[in-house]
Unconditional design. Sequence first.
Length: 410
Amino acid sequence: MLAYSWVILTAKMPPPFVDYPDWVYQGVLFHGVLTGHPFAGYILKSYPVPNSLTTVGLGLLDLLLPWQWAGKIWVVLYLALATFSIWIILRAFNIREWQPVVALPAILFLNLDFWYGHISFEIGVCLVMVLLAMVKWNAPSIAIGAMLVLLFFTHMEACAGALLLLAIWCAITRHWRKLWGSIPAIMLTIWYTIARFSSGNADASGLTPDYPYGSPTFLIYKLNTFFKTFGYVNAHAQGGLSQSEEIFGKVLFLLLIGASLIIAALCLWQMLRLIGRARIDSSYQVIAIFVLALLTISTGLPQIWLGVADPGSRLLLLAAAIGLVVIEWRRTAGTAIACLSVLFCVMNLWQFARVENNPQMKGRSRDIPSALVKYGHVEPVTRLVYYEKLERKEMDEPIFPTGVFRQNLK
């Protein structure tokens, strides 16, 4: 985490992750509102919006720092929160093995979602892990309620996962009073849902699926979604050529693909083994049911749902965040997962340092099948125009409709 933070802080710009430049841009928009100088063409929504924590956080940082530094500091704060969430969840379950300490960063927090700039959801994953520790330690309902409200404003899928986790916990342990803590988040969700759809559901505009639901290509897409979840990153240049292959070379590039298939299979197998451990105590039973529920739901979700791209991948990551904590790390499979995670952590740091400092670097594609070249790919240069616009102080770019702003550019 410190190494990644160093690369981020010493770079000229915030990370060139796919969605992140858009959120940095919206943070500047929110800073304009805070300082009484809102930008023309952007209007704050009049109802609570789930995907708003990053925009508000960046806007507040912009009060103290240039937007470049605010964008970098927000990612570093996320890495610090991720470190804390790993520490607190292992402490809550009294897990002292070394394997999860080195495995969880690469799988959960320095992964493809990280490179896609899904920082709000990744923060939500951290908060769900903290919530599980709070429930394990029998935290009062008011504290649980406050965490669920924070999760609502972080990301709706993370909040929905947290509500499901709490409901399963109460059903298994019969501690029904803890459900009182979910009422504020549920009321906010109802308010948001009514306001969103009564105003035309603009939050879901701009995305169309590439794969017809239930088609053979959709099934391949679902398999790709699963296997790319556990730490593998294949950075691409804008022309579709692989930057990762250029950095690593053909042999290492192919070895990393093979390692990603192995670690995904091992993680799935170990999470399914939780069913056998559910008899140990009620908390393991809760986690087993939660993981199975998310794996099932993610399999059936479409490519685009309610304005969110690939919602199933986020639920898979959330299942891994909770399920992998309590797997049998001492077994050979657990050690293998840890070792492969270290490999991905180091390799991804290597290419992250290269791409962060030169996002426009060229890629290379030689005699490797196109399916492998495209597997788990991400294009960091996708939205660099937002950084360029901020540097030129030209506030006229279209923005994600799922944020706190409604766009009215003419």
